[in-house]
Design a protein around this ligand. Structure first.
Ligand code: CA
Length: 398
């Protein structure tokens, strides 16, 4: 396009373009032109770059996502009750059975047990059912040219193009989150390049459509993050009354003998097991809520997504998949969180009361929370826009 000299020849070019082609807006085209040399230096051939950026248009909704500051901070019991509910446990157990043979071989090769691998899968992509809806080149191209952290996203943009250039995934299949995580494992492109595995040996590392590649890649991620097959992630513990949890945490690892000396027991009252490595004490809802001793394996899970609540969701789901029940110590609240089934029920009740909350999807977003606020006001309840057991029960009763 830049070589075109006169309006006349521009017209000729536009006519010559296939009718489905989109036109890249000039600002965006200039930005993409400006990145080409760097992409080339990063291993994206000129032909690939031209092919993958042809007709690319920015999607400014990803910049809105980048800048979004949630005013609502979800309590950990809401976070966990949506991620680890009976539905996900049942589906996870079905997946364990369905993929038992692959998971056994994955464990043999990478040393990570089936329940842990399937728990990550369930939390990351709901067992491959929620892969994201953003075409990755468009999202990463936009983030490379607009908003904060452009140089970070440029690295991911080039990486996505290298993956496509390598033929691992078809360009039209490369769809993921607004920030560029994709596939069953929701890896960022550079994580894919470092850690994705071609488990079935067909020459492609396909995390979009190949379950065995995806499961093995998750296990490989955890193995490289320091997973130790002889160790648990951790377990729930009982603190002696008045125990001071100041200065304790995931990172403050102490020998098991020290925890024994300080009076900790497993939550069922039995003594702490011998022969395990050092562990940190996590009390995600303060000293009166559930308490956990967590080992190095918890850190490996944590490195997947750098949030302790996230790590706990995967760790707990893995226990539930092995047949364990919910945590023994209740969360310090009189209004526990909702499962996804209960969230869908709540959304249905809000719709029945005339609220426009969009799709019933089991996710309580801004529209659902606004409707909950209206109902809480009407019902004379505390108005916080939070979907918990109390507002669900109140609406059910009407
Ligand atoms: Ca493969």
């Amino acid at each position: 396009m830049t070589a075109m000299k006169s309006p006349l020849s521009l017209t000729v070019l536009l006519v010559a373009l296939p009718s489905f082609a989109q036109t890249t807006p000039p600002d965006f085209a200039r930005c993409l032109d400006g990145l080409q040399a760097e992409a080339r230096a990063a291993g994206v051939s000129e032909a690939s770059y031209r092919r993958f950026t042809a007709g690319l248009t920015p999607d400014m909704s990803v910049i809105d996502k980048l800048n979004y500051q949630p005013e609502f901070r979800m309590p950990i019991w809401d976070y966990l009750s949506g991620l680890v509910d009976d539905e996900r446990v049942q589906q996870g157990q079905a997946m364990l059975a369905q993929h038992a043979e692959v998971l056994a071989r994955v464990q043999q090769r990478h040393g990570v047990d089936p329940a842990t691998v399937v728990a990550v899968w369930g939390v990351e992509s709901n067992f491959g059912q929620t892969l994201g809806k953003y075409p990755l080149l468009q999202a990463l191209g936009t983030l490379s040219c607009h908003g904060r952290r452009q140089s970070y996203f440029q690295g991911e943009f080039y990486s996505a193009m290298r993956i496509l250039q390598g033929g691992h995934i078809a360009p039209e299949r490369l769809i993921g989150s607004w920030a560029g995580a994709f596939g069953h494992t929701q890896f960022m492109p550079t994580t894919f390049e470092r850690l994705a595995v071609d488990f079935d040996g067909d020459g492609r590392r396909d995390l979009m459509d190949n379950t065995s590649d995806a499961l093995a890649s998750t296990a490989n991620f955890l193995a490289k993050a320091g997973w130790q097959s002889s160790q648990p992630w951790g377990f729930e513990v009982k603190l002696p009354s008045g125990f001071n949890t100041d200065n304790e945490g995931r990172r403050s690892k102490r020998a098991m003998s020290e925890w024994v000396a300080r009076g900790l027991r497993k939550v069922d009252g039995s003594p702490l097991p011998d022969g395990l490595g050092s562990a940190g004490l996590m009390t995600p809802a303060g000293p009166t809520g559930p308490a956990f001793l967590v080992f190095k394996n918890f850190d490996a899970i944590y490195s997947y997504n750098a949030a302790e609540s996230y790590g706990l969701a995967i760790a707990h789901l893995s226990d539930r998949l092995r047949g364990a029940g919910p945590f023994t110590t209740p969360w310090p609240t009189d209004d526990p969180g909702l499962s996804r089934a209960e969230r869908r029920e709540l959304q249905g009740l809000l719709i029945l009361r005339g609220h426009d909350i969009g799709e019933v999807d089991g996710m309580l977003g801004d529209k659902s929370r606004e409707a909950i606020r209206v109902e809480q006001t009407r019902l004379g309840m505390e108005v916080n826009g939070r979907g918990g057991q109390k507002v669900l029960r109140a609406l059910r009763a009407q």
